[in-house]
Design a protein around this ligand. Structure first.
Ligand SMILES: [Zn+2]
Ligand SMILES: [Zn+2]
Length: 392
């Protein structure tokens, strides 16, 4: 995936390109590298596929936001990802059908008719249109993810223009046939013997234009509207969890319904716990005395401090499992566990007297007090003896 080109670069548009600019850039590339025009040219076919994939992502508001945030990683693995092979040719040609509409077949080149076509399949410009789905990335704290929380999102989303109800037309004005193309959506271009159909630049292929654009939205049908949206983050969400708020996305056009709003959660790391799904882990520093003599240690859990009894002779790195003290399950199942790992902490900042006591203690200890060190010494001795024998 690392060698994949940037989608904006593929289409030769800027990061702020409008939907129309993206569509137009893709149309040019698709025409240049169309297999009908480049028979047997593998390089052209690759370019053709690359452009289709870039367009597929950038023309979809939600996919484009994900791509802007995460790059190609946004689509790696999981459903809908572009794994090896990416889109197949059937997908691409079916996308053409949706994009350029029609089965007019009147193009100058065989096969081009489908996407420069006469326009019978063109969507009705007066039909209601559903708004785009939008994605909003929200950073939340570790404890919010575990206990759940309520947040108010303040965002500005395209909403259906109240003035024209999303038609883009000024009051009393309506859609009329485009004069440039006579309502066909296409014009004849090129010169000499090469005459091809092109999408009408005046109406963008729709065949109709607004007589007098709405002043408030300048004919787009949308206005930017700041909104406050209350959301409830359920307990147990994880980094990458996505909440769907139906009907809270971009406004529709001409009375069409709103799209959905997706809130993509990004959970900040905890300074105490490490999390893996429902499981939590925490390191518990323990003095050599408690580790040797046994005792009770305090373990932080999301619910508060828990007391953990450790037996005499507890080795460094020993794991203790605290059942149900992990993350609550989003789906109502049992909570995960919390694993406490004992980390023996060597005392620091000894004063003279403490040092003497340590030395005194040291003199009383023998090899038998350190069985691991003793075992290693024994194995090493055997190993060296064996080595000597081989050398002779
Ligand atoms: Zn308007
Ligand atoms: Zn036109």
């Amino acid at each position: 995936m690392a060698n994949k080109r940037d989608y904006y670069e593929v289409l030769g548009v800027s990061k702020t390109a409008t939907a129309d600019e993206i569509k137009s850039a893709y149309r040019k590339l698709a025409m240049k590298y169309h297999p009908d025009r480049n028979p047997g040219d593998k390089a052209a076919e690759e370019k053709f596929k690359e452009a289709a994939e870039a367009y597929d992502v950038l023309h979809d508001a939600e996919k484009r936001q994900r791509y802007d945030q995460f790059g190609h990683q946004a689509f790696e693995g999981g459903a809908g990802g572009y794994g090896p092979g990416g889109m197949n040719m059937d997908d691409i040609f079916s996308m053409f059908g949706d994009l350029f509409g029609g089965r007019g077949g009147r193009g100058g080149f065989s096969g081009f008719g489908d996407f420069f076509g006469g326009g019978q399949g063109r969507p009705d410009p007066n039909a209601p249109e559903r708004g785009d789905d939008m994605t909003f990335r929200l950073d939340i704290d570790f404890d919010e993810a575990i206990f759940g929380s309520e947040r108010t999102l303040e965002l500005t989303l395209p909403a259906q223009c109240e003035e024209c109800h999303g038609t883009g037309a000024a009051p009393g004005s309506k859609r009329v046939a485009c004069k440039t193309c006579g309502g066909r959506g296409v014009i004849m271009g090129g010169g000499g013997f090469l005459r091809i159909q092109q999408t009408c630049p005046h109406c963008g292929g729709e065949g109709t234009v607004i007589e007098k654009p709405c002043r408030k939205c300048r004919g787009s049908g949308h206005t930017e509207r700041p909104q406050k949206i209350e959301i409830k983050i359920p307990a147990g969400v994880d980094d990458g969890s996505r909440l769907r708020l139906a009907g809270k996305g971009a406004g529709g056009l001409r009375g069409g319904p709103n799209g959905d709003l997706y809130v993509l959660l990004s959970v900040r790391k905890s300074e105490i716990f490490v999390r893996d799904g429902l499981e939590l882990g925490v390191d518990i520093p323990v003095s050599p005395f408690v580790a040797a003599l046994g005792g009770t240690v305090e373990v932080p859990t999301p619910e508060g401090a828990a007391q953990l009894k450790i037996p005499p002779g507890t080795p460094n790195g020993k794991l203790f499992r605290l059942r149900g003290k992990g993350v609550p399950s989003l789906r109502g199942g049992p909570a995960g566990d919390l694993t406490a790992r004992i980390v023996v902490e060597v005392p620091a900042n000894l004063d003279r007297r403490q040092r003497e006591r340590f030395e005194e203690l040291q003199r009383t200890l023998g090899a038998g007090n350190f069985p691991a060190a003793q075992a290693l010494a024994q194995r090493a001795k055997t190993f060296f003896a064996h080595k000597e024998k081989l050398r002779k």
